[in-house]
Design a protein. Structure first.
Length: 147
């Protein structure tokens, strides 16, 4: 008995049985640096880089608030609008023409060539695939609810 804690926390100036706590060390060993131990905190602040190893869950419930890069913390977003059936391009003949001309201005209105129309369909199809991939990754990370 008789040792004092002086680490600026709720335990300051408390007696311990045979241990010396100085700054962030106990008996000259940095806390958690040699043998990892469980801890429960209401607030955890790191002034430098923080390394989290193993399975890390940030927000365990859909109502937990999480924010990244200084953004206001929010709960899990709702599922995205259900995707429509992906476009199947029946007439895939020809070479895509990515230099689309001005739309025709006489009836019927539209693209100048079939190749331009097919190109537009390929671009839309590509956007559908890429958006589905983004949605899957957001769901996988728990940032939005799954459909």
């Amino acid at each position: 008995m008789g040792n004092k804690i002086s680490i600026g926390c709720a335990f300051k100036d408390q007696d311990l049985d045979g241990s010396t706590i100085t700054g962030s060390t106990i008996d000259s060993s940095a806390v958690g640096s040699t043998t990892a131990a469980a801890g429960a905190f209401t607030t955890l602040t790191a002034s430098g880089a923080a390394t989290l190893n193993g399975n890390v869950a940030i927000g365990n419930a859909t109502t937990d608030l999480v924010g990244f890069h200084g953004a206001t913390a929010v709960d899990q977003g709702t599922a995205l609008t259900t995707q429509l059936t992906a476009i199947t391009i029946a007439d895939a003949a020809g070479t895509p023409d990515y230099a689309l001309q001005a739309l025709t201005t006489t009836s019927p209105y539209g693209l100048a060539t079939a190749a331009e129309a097919i190109t537009l369909l390929y671009v839309i199809q590509n956007l559908q695939v890429r958006m589905a991939e983004v949605e899957q990754r957001l769901e996988e990370k728990g940032l939005i609810a799954a459909n």
